[in-house]
Design a protein around this ligand. Structure first.
Ligand code: ZN
Ligand code: ZN
Length: 337
């Protein structure tokens, strides 16, 4: 099968012909139809995070495809079923976080396209217990970005609890942010979209943003949102953007972070945080149940996913495009042609 392999951390990916993997007990073999490109894949391929990914990694955690073979065991999905292969490839199911419904914080997790091979390939093996069925009415090309970008922003807002009557700001209208903005509207909040690119702000307006802010024109980094905001979801891995979002918060405001800056540091003012009762929240992807909700919202016509398709052979160029901020929303490798 065709696969994009990381030959060594930091080296360009190599397109190789590798054997189709066998599903073990409890696992399924999925013929990949589409696989989105998440910024995390770039961090993984370059070894930019404290935890080292597996050797000869095949990245990808927005894979969607058809179950073509099953391992032994009583499995929750069957042959011919369309499933998504999310970041959380496996969780133990019995630690306190799994038991409490917080499986993404499992104490012994496996991650698709990081500690196990992912979906930058024509086939991938996944744990049957942790794939998520894709319902009819959700096209693979849409399901892929929903599998990470969608569920990540949906869950981040779910934990930050934007209320009707509150204002929710989404910083960065890219692959994550354009979906986060739509979830903020679904939660019933007034929405403010922030970006530095005019085309992204136009996209935000077309998706129903109540207000847009061009951060490139912000004086001294202040976003100047009249009335302030109650929830700020920052999707860009920029400490300056996180500080600007924090400064725009009203009393009782919630700053929710999903992006990971390369230097792993964020300085925030304690005085304002205490006197305004501000919460700073981190959020990592979402559970299988959250992803099922995200798919359901899309099947009901409540979200729109903006994508461009690419060939896996062009993966290295695609990484450069994403790093340059030059893509409209989400790049998706399409294996069906
Ligand atoms: Zn991702
Ligand atoms: Zn666990």
């Amino acid at each position: 099968m065709l696969a994009a392999v990381v030959p060594a951390l930091g080296a360009p990916l190599e397109i190789r012909d590798v054997p189709i993997p066998d599903p073990g007990p409890g696992q399924v073999l999925v013929r990949i139809e589409t696989s989105g490109l998440c910024h995390t894949d770039i961090h993984a391929a370059r070894g930019e995070w404290p935890v080292t990914p597996k050797d000869q990694l095949i990245p990808g955690h927005e894979g969607v495809g058809i179950v073509e073979a099953v391992g032994s065991g009583d499995l929750p999905v069957g042959l011919g079923q369309r499933v998504a292969l999310p970041w959380l490839g496996h969780a133990c199911g019995h630690c306190r976080y799994c038991v409490d419904g917080w499986e993404t914080y499992c104490l012994s997790p496996s991650y698709m396209g990081y500690t196990m091979d992912g979906s930058y390939a024509e086939y991938a093996v996944a744990w049957a217990s942790h794939v998520v069925p894709v319902p009819d009415g959700v096209e693979p090309i849409d399901a892929s970005p929903l599998t990470c970008a969608g569920v990540t922003t949906y869950k981040a807002l779910k934990v930050a609890r934007p209320q009707p009557g509150e204002t929710c700001m989404v910083v960065g209208i890219g692959g994550l942010g354009h979906l986060g903005l739509q979830y903020a509207r679904i939660f019933g909040s007034r929405t403010v979209a922030v970006d530095v690119h005019a085309d992204k702000l136009e996209l935000a307006s077309s998706l129903g943003a109540d207000h847009v802010v061009d951060a490139a024109e912000a004086e001294d980094g202040a976003l100047g949102v009249a009335g302030g905001v109650d929830v700020a979801l920052v999707t860009v891995p920029s400490p300056a953007a996180m500080r600007a979002a924090h400064a725009a918060l009203n009393p009782n405001g919630r700053l929710v972070l999903v992006g990971l800056p390369a230097d792993n540091r964020l300085e925030l003012p304690v005085f304002e945080t205490v006197l305004k009762g501000i919460s700073v929240i981190g959020s990592l992807v979402g559970t299988r149940s959250d992803l099922a909700t995200v798919f359901d919202l899309h099947a009901r016509g409540l979200t729109r996913v903006v994508t461009e398709t690419r060939r896996l052979e062009d993966v290295n160029t695609c990484f450069e495009e994403v790093l340059a901020g030059a893509v409209p929303a989400r790049l998706v490798f399409d294996f069906r042609s």
